[in-house]
Design a protein around this ligand. Structure first.
Ligand code: C2E
Ligand code: CA
Ligand code: CA
Length: 631
């Protein structure tokens, strides 16, 4: 006699999971579709488990053929479910049948085989047979275990091969737990075959999958209730190569300022209303919230960007009202209609991001089109990012040195350390491209420390004093400058290489010293530890003489634009400034010296040091040593 007391609660719990799953929107991606099929298969198996067990228990009152067919359907469903659990695992791991058609076919063989065996069992009695004594297991009954074990083993092997796809530990543990629960189910079924516990274990696995991977909230932005950026990434990973998709995106104009003006809560209400409006207007499209006031709408049909813009723009003329907050917002747009190329997910996202920043800067609301050259640019940007990240990770940032020349002796007295990064082919990537990236990603701290450490090593390995080099300037980004542990870290590194801190001049820009007591303290901590401070790029920010007066700089570097401007149209401004600084006790360096006339002009107005292509471009450390020794 079968005991199916566990089966009814299993069915009820499954219903609750499904209700919650369907209450929220979900994406059309493979793993979600497989998850739905698993729940359907589970429901099917449970129903036929109940029906066939009832029929087996009461076989005398039913035609044998009917009992037999119920059992066949149960076994077919059982095998299908085992197969689907495996397909779910590989879908979460990012495998697609298109990756390897042969493997995909092989993985289906046990399922097809067991399906045929199940369906033919009413005739041949392979898995079970029903005679006048009722239900009996057939000679191939163990196929049930072997096929299930095959798929669980295949799941574990796939996981081992591709576990890096799962970015966090939680996902990896979920994946292991999911398959372990299925394994336990099989073992227990084998030990206690009459209890029909397999369905309960499958339900537990479904619950694990739901809680760990499939909860629709993972793919929703909880503020705006649109799909989130993870969902966008997943969707593009699967459908990005589909050229029939079209993209329309919008950004709330000057989103950060608006958030400051209206406050975070009303602004979140605004995002929620915008998302609601977009989903209502374009019910067949997917609406994603792409962070920082940006939405991406993916259409699965051709669009007229202007028509969409008109619809959205009309709504933006009205205020967004919720809970007493009333927001007047403006929007800018961009769109992308893929033509000949099929860019990667990262490239599409980067291009969308760039196009929205560009749109946000425009005064009008004409949608900015993403063309193939923009896609190429986005790809190039990503390439730089990759090179840069790998250089940081592998300690591969190279330091070039540009000589600083003493104006009186015309000899090299110091150098500025400038970061360089090379791609795989040895092409140099200019700092103007990677420094902003380093700053926005926070990696500037690591970059700055690498440059500092390599400069210390260079000083310690070469007797610079003997060749007249008194110090080396190292650039400090404002982000490094706000770190409380900056001075300790730099002191430790300098001490490790036995370099006296006085041989290191730290260049900071006016941005970094904007007022405030902390900055003053930071500067005095650095100078107390023996470092020298230099003000970089003077003339590019808003200078405040009073503040500068309080700063312990040994030197002020006049920005090259100011130097060039003076050499084109000499007036009194630069000379007056230079003499004021000198009275305040600062040394002066003129940057961007490109010819003899500039040298003469800077000498006349009283500068102390010169830096520029006239003397040398930034060069490798070895080349620098040779240049100094050759003089
Ligand atoms: P910066 O600190 O103003 O560095 C001087 C820049 O001017 C260097 O550009 C140098 O090659 C360039 N330069 C020097 N003389 C001349 C000249 O006569 N004519 C012209 N046209 N340019 C000249 P580079 O190396 O491309 O660096 C650009 C910027 O990147 C730097 O400007 C600095 O702000 C940043 N940077 C470079 N390395 C680092 C670093 O290690 N850390 C930080 N935080 N920033 C860095
Ligand atoms: Ca500098
Ligand atoms: Ca500079």
């Amino acid at each position: 006699m079968w005991n199916f007391s566990f089966v009814f609660p299993t069915l009820l719990i499954l219903t609750i999971i499904l209700i919650y799953y369907y209450m929220l929107p979900h994406l059309d991606i493979r793993r979600n579709r497989v998850f739905i099929h698993i729940t359907e298969a589970e429901a099917f198996v449970i129903v036929f488990d109940i029906i066939s067990s009832l029929a087996d228990n009461h076989y005398q009152s039913l035609p044998l053929s009917l009992t037999s067919i119920f059992n066949a359907l149960f076994f077919a469903g059982f095998f299908f479910r085992s197969y689907l659990f495996f397909i779910f695992t590989v879908s979460v791991l990012g495998y697609s049948p298109k990756d390897n058609r042969i493997l995909a076919f092989i993985s289906r063989v046990p399922f097809y085989f067991s399906l045929v065996i199940s369906m033919l069992s009413p005739i041949f009695g392979w898995i079970y047979y029903i005679d006048s004594d009722g239900y009996h297991s057939g000679p191939l009954y163990s196929l049930l275990y072997y096929v299930s074990l095959f798929y669980i083993a295949a799941s574990f092997i796939s996981f081992l091969y591709k576990k890096d796809v799962l970015e966090n530990k939680r996902d990896r543990y979920t994946m292991i737990l999911f398959n372990l629960v299925l394994l336990c189910g099989i073992v227990i079924r084998r030990l206690l075959p009459n209890l029909l516990l397999m369905d309960t274990f499958c339900l537990m696995a479904i619950l694990v999958a739901y809680l760990g991977f499939e909860n629709p909230e993972f793919f929703l932005d909880l503020k705006s209730t649109a799909f989130n950026d993870t969902a966008l990434r997943r969707y593009l990973d699967e459908h990005g190569k589909d050229r029939s998709l079209t993209y329309f995106s919008l950004v709330v104009h000057t989103y950060n300022e608006m958030r400051e003006i209206y406050g975070p809560v009303p602004m979140d209400n605004g995002l929620y209303l915008i998302s609601l409006f977009l989903r209502h207007c374009f019910p067949k499209a997917y609406v994603f919230y792409f962070l920082r006031g940006r939405f991406v709408i993916i259409f699965r049909e051709p669009i007229s960007p202007e028509a969409i813009r008109d619809i959205i723009d009309k709504r933006f003329k009205e205020p967004w009202v919720l809970d007493g907050s009333e927001l007047y917002l403006d929007a800018n747009y961009s769109f992308y209609i893929p033509r000949d190329m099929v860019p990667s997910t990262d490239t599409i996202l980067e291009a969308l991001s760039i196009s929205l920043s560009k749109a946000d800067r425009t005064a009008d609301n004409i949608p900015v089109e993403i063309r193939s050259e923009d896609i190429n640019k986005a790809e190039a940007g990503l390439h730089i990012k990759e090179c840069f990240e790998s250089a940081i990770e592998n300690d591969n940032v190279t330091v070039y040195l540009q000589p600083l020349v003493d104006i009186k002796t015309k000899r090299i007295i110091g150098a500025e350390a400038l970061a360089r990064i090379f791609d795989k082919d040895g092409n140099m990537i200019p700092p103007d491209l990677f420094i902003p990236m380093a700053e926005s990603s926070g990696l500037i701290n690591q970059l700055g420390e690498q440059v500092f450490e390599k400069t210390c090593r260079f000083i310690s390995e070469n007797d610079l004093m003997s060749i007249g080099i008194k110090w080396i300037n190292v650039n400090l980004s404002p982000l490094q400058f706000i770190r409380v542990d900056l001075s300790d870290r730099f002191s430790d590194i300098a001490a490790r290489y036995g370099v006296p801190p006085a041989q290191l001049h730290l260049e900071i820009t006016e941005q970094a010293v904007e007022d405030d007591a902390f900055m003053q303290k930071q500067m005095s901590t650095l100078t107390d530890n023996g470092f020298q401070l230099v003000l970089d790029d003077y003339g590019t920010g808003y200078s405040n003489l009073l503040r500068l007066k309080k700063c312990p700089f040994v030197n002020i570097k006049i920005d090259r634009e100011l130097v060039w401007d003076y050499s084109k149209n000499p007036d009194n401004i630069l000379p007056t400034m230079v003499s004021a600084f000198k009275q305040m006790g600062f040394g002066i360096t003129a940057e961007g010296i490109e010819n003899e006339e500039m040298v003469v002009a800077m000498e006349r107005i009283g500068c102390d040091y010169l830096q520029g292509y006239f003397y040398s471009k930034p060069i490798s450390m070895d080349a620098f040593l040779e240049t100094v020794k050759a003089l």
